[in-house]
Design a binder for this molecule. Structure first.
Ligand code: GLU
Length: 573
């Protein structure tokens, strides 16, 4: 496969022309007796190479993660980038964990009826997306700056070099991008700027292998490299960004220069829990992802999954039931805690999770599932109505000091809002709010408000082994499936002792309300009768909408893995 043929070292050398020929990337210093530079896992090998090149030059894991995020802006424009936001979790070998919130914010002028028609009804989802209404103030550059100020080793400008080179010299369209351009051509080509980049004169998407040179993005990145985040959040670039969004916003309260200038990335407290003596840390609100992962694992802890077995429907029945309970809580309680009270401690409290877990019947699907009553739960909230999404990129870095970075970056849906300025797509993150602010007269926690951050599903996570040593860096893209993917990968490693590749490659299943998605063509599909006997009667088989990345330490060696479902779509001719 592509990534196996092109060793990361070769790509790094190609990019920066400076990597020594025989530096071991994937072997740990204690094993090989040589300096361990670190390793990177990302959805695109060219972005991995950008991160590796930075590690090779003595950069920290934080430096490499920033370079990876910037390179993904270029080579995976459909998924993430500087026009969007993200969450970064950093854990050191001594167990210190920090998290940074670079989630997009709603403009100050946004009111709860932001997405509603004048008569209070909801327009079609697509209309809200392809509009200035969906664009939040981008957070990734501010997040990168905050993380770099605290943990960067190389100069800020150096981190931009690989991405600038990719944008200026060009990158080839891979099958994944070509698929996205073809299936989402309306959004991808919504702006004239994007149309000129990715489509031919006839309006067809450029084919696989076509070289895209994105000079506008090269210049944007060069300016931010030179001038720092100020170049992005103030002055003429920010004014153009505000104007682009305002022009596409069909109501008052559109994004202003002041909204952009006022953006701040925020350090947040990590949320941590334990699973079979492993310490799991992830991101708290405004994402629901970390809480959901810890809840799912916490509820499963009383069951011996290893004994139950990996190819056993009874094992995955338990997983489905834990999901259903976690997602019921998420719908009711999770939102930006700077605006609404979110009972985070109560939701991941061991006793609370034990009570929730007691609702799970190993032999029978629960007929109904409702949110629980954790400590300090606010009363009288209504469930939100956010739809599933499909954008985002997760990447993982470990450096030579065994510092782990788990960073998920997104522009929300494929190609975000479709709006573009400066060579990058602008997110549609604000449709991660519940577009309806209230349901049956009760407020939804995740309703839109000025300056608020929309609830996310992203769950960048890190795991320490029972001895407290760094073990796993993992996360995923795929909207509402993200916490399920992350929890599943951790189960694969902790309960079944799988390698990173195999943990990510396990067949996927997820409960969507009453229905259960099982991955097409896997043993899960064949086990339909057994699932039905457990009460899961509404099974449907589909290709799994999943995309995870991970780095796992096994026997003292860090191994980086990409979801095989991504891998299958990368091959260039
Ligand atoms: N915007 C989504 C979130 O923050 C992610 C979108 C996706 O991965 O499809 O949860």
């Amino acid at each position: 496969m592509f990534r196996r043929l092109l060793a990361p070292l070769a790509i790094a050398t190609l990019l920066l022309g400076c990597a020594p020929a025989n530096t071991p990337f994937r072997t740990n210093a204690t094993q090989a007796g040589e300096a361990f530079a670190g390793t990177v896992s990302a959805a695109d090998p060219r972005a991995e190479a950008a991160g590796m090149a930075i590690l090779q030059r003595g950069g920290s894991a934080t430096d490499a993660a920033i370079a990876t995020m910037l390179a993904l802006t270029v080579v995976e424009p459909q998924s993430s980038g500087i026009g969007g936001g993200g969450f970064l979790v950093r854990g050191t070998a001594d167990g210190t964990v920090e998290t940074f919130d670079g989630r997009e914010t709603a403009p100050a002028g946004a009111t709860p009826d932001w997405f509603l028609n004048e008569d209070g009804s909801l327009p079609p989802f697509r209309e809200s997306v392809m509009s200035g209404l969906s664009v939040g103030v981008p957070g990734n550059i501010a997040l990168a700056k905050l993380a770099h100020e605290r943990h960067g080793k190389l100069p800020w400008a150096t981190l931009f070099e690989p991405a600038i080179r990719l944008a200026r010299d060009g990158f080839r369209i891979n099958p994944r991008l070509n698929n996205a351009l073809s299936s989402r051509s309306e959004r991808a080509g919504f702006s004239a700027e994007a149309k000129a980049l990715f489509f031919d004169m006839k309006g067809d998407p450029h084919p696989v292998g076509h070289l895209v040179k994105n000079e506008a993005l090269a210049q944007t990145l060069e300016d931010i490299a030179r001038g720092g985040p100020r170049t992005f959040y103030t002055g003429s670039r920010a004014a153009t960004l505000a104007k682009t969004v305002a022009r596409a916003t069909p109501r008052d309260g559109a994004m202003t220069l002041a909204d952009i200038t006022g953006y701040r990335a925020k350090p947040r407290d990590a949320i941590c829990g334990s699973y079979r003596a492993h310490r799991i840390c992830s991101m708290g609100p405004p994402t629901s992802g970390g809480v959901a992962v810890l809840q799912i694992l916490g509820m499963l802890e009383r069951f011996d999954l290893a004994a139950s077995g990996i190819e056993n429907p009874a094992t995955w029945h338990l997983f489905l039931e834990a999901q259903r309970l976690a997602y019921a809580d998420r719908e009711l309680y999770l939102a930006d805690r700077d605006f609404v009270s979110v009972p985070v401690a109560g939701l991941i409290d061991r006793d609370y999770l034990a009570r929730r877990s007691a609702l799970i019947d190993p032999g029978r699907r629960m007929a109904t599932v409702a949110a629980g009553q954790p400590a300090n739960a606010p009363m009288a909230l209504a469930d939100g109505n956010e739809p599933p999404e499909r954008g985002t990129s997760h990447f993982a870095v470990v450096d030579g000091t065994n510092t782990m970075i788990s960073y998920t970056s997104t522009i929300e849906g494929a190609f975000g809002s479709g709006l573009m300025t400066g060579g990058f797509y602008l997110n549609n993150e604000l449709t991660d709010f519940s577009r309806a602010p209230e349901v049956s007269g009760r407020l939804v926690a995740n309703r839109i408000e000025g300056g608020k951050r929309p609830r996310s599903s992203m769950s960048p996570a890190i795991v320490y082994d029972p001895q407290g040593r760094p073990l796993l860096v993992v996360g995923a893209a795929g909207g509402g499936t993200i916490p399920v993917q992350t929890a599943r990968s951790i189960i694969g490693v902790v309960d079944f002792g799988l390698t990173a590749d195999r943990a990510l490659g396990m067949p996927f299943l997820m409960a969507f309300g009453d229905r259960v998605l099982v991955e097409q063509g896997t043993w899960l599909e064949a086990a339909k009768p057994q699932f039905e006997a457990l009460g899961h009667t509404r099974l449907f088989a589909r290709p799994a909408p999943v995309k995870a990345n991970a780095i796992l330490r096994r026997n003292g060696i860090w191994d980086s893995a990409r979801d095989p479902r991504i891998e299958a779509q990368l091959e260039l001719p």
